[in-house]
Design a protein around this ligand. Structure first.
Ligand code: C2E
Ligand code: CA
Ligand code: CA
Ligand code: CA
Length: 274
């Protein structure tokens, strides 16, 4: 029994070491990657559910490292959050996304904001600066935040969100329904969009409980004046279901995965001629 215990311990400590080493490696490489332009933004189309027209795009970070291969954003964002690099990276995402938005004045561009980016005023001040500089005049930016940010609901965060919202920037709750299900913040915080998490969409229209949840989220949101985006739409049937339920927008592999800005232009041209 002792021997098993020892081996178990060794197994866990090896696993932990591996994780720790990987974290240290990524931390070291990430900043370097950024200065060497290894980080790029891809854009995933967001369509109007009723017409299928692309009306928006979500900016998603990509990292292709010559040494490490492709590193998933879930992994490196966590590293960036751990050492504070997320602030600098987040500002770069904002400015890159805004130059993309300039080329596509009829599209709204969404960026993901880490809740850590509201611990300081950098992102907030940069959005205000862009607005004053005339870069944000035509309602072309949406900030996707998480339920985690709203959970604590500090006056400071609420004030920042209100000011951003007053500039015409949309504020969307990402991954809705997966985090802390306190619904009361929906009426107290200046949120005007909500993204139903993929996990609720995956089993529609064959799972009645999922259908009911999605239907309820859409009804509740609309009653509160909130626009609804369905994430992770992969099939025609899911799209039909969302159309019938009056969902506003949809995003998912059925329409397109996230693609680089050149491919995005080709995608738009292709969908125009159809
Ligand atoms: P998210 O914001 O929930 O982004 C949606 C994720 O779902 C993306 O994964 C997207 O590629 C994927 N996806 C979209 N449609 C489908 C579909 O139909 N099926 C499936 N299976 N997946 C779909 P990705 O690009 O790997 O990003 C993962 C997460 O990394 C994002 O989740 C977001 O939380 C984070 N992230 C990415 N870029 C940024 C960024 O610039 N800043 C911050 N703070 N986080 C980011
Ligand atoms: Ca998102
Ligand atoms: Ca999401
Ligand atoms: Ca997610």
């Amino acid at each position: 029994a002792k021997k098993v215990g020892k081996n178990t311990f060794r197994f866990y400590s090896t696993e932990m070491n591996k994780k720790l080493l990987r974290k240290i490696l990524l931390e070291k490489k990430l900043k370097q990657a950024h200065t060497q332009n290894e980080l790029t933004l891809h854009y995933q189309p967001i369509v109007d559910v009723q017409t299928g027209t692309t009306v928006a795009a979500e900016a998603l970070l990509r990292w292709h490292s010559p040494e490490l291969g492709t590193v998933s954003p879930e992994e490196f964002i966590q590293v960036a959050e751990g050492n504070g690099f997320i602030n600098e990276l987040g500002l770069w995402v904002l400015s890159s996304a805004m130059s993309f938005a300039k080329q596509h004045s009829d599209l709204e561009v969404s960026i993901n904001a880490s809740s850590l980016q509201f611990n300081n005023e950098q992102l907030f001040l940069e959005i205000k600066r862009l607005f004053r500089a005339g870069e944000l005049s035509n309602n072309n930016l949406c900030i996707e935040i998480t339920e985690r940010l709203l959970l604590e609901e500090t006056e400071r965060v609420k004030k920042m969100l209100h000011e951003i919202r007053d500039l015409g920037v949309d504020i969307s709750i990402d991954d809705f329904g997966t985090g802390y299900s306190s619904l009361s913040y929906l009426k107290r915080c200046p949120v005007n969009k909500l993204k139903i998490d993929k996990s609720f969409i995956t089993d529609t229209p064959h799972d009645n409980e999922c259908n009911t949840l999605v239907r309820a989220i859409i009804m509740m949101s609309h009653a509160l004046g909130i626009e609804v985006i369905a994430e992770g739409v992969e099939t025609q049937e899911q799209w039909e279901f969302l159309k019938a339920e009056g969902c506003d927008l949809a995003q998912g592999y059925y329409f397109s995965k996230a693609i680089d800005s050149e491919q995005f232009n080709a995608y738009l041209n292709l969908n125009k001629s159809v």
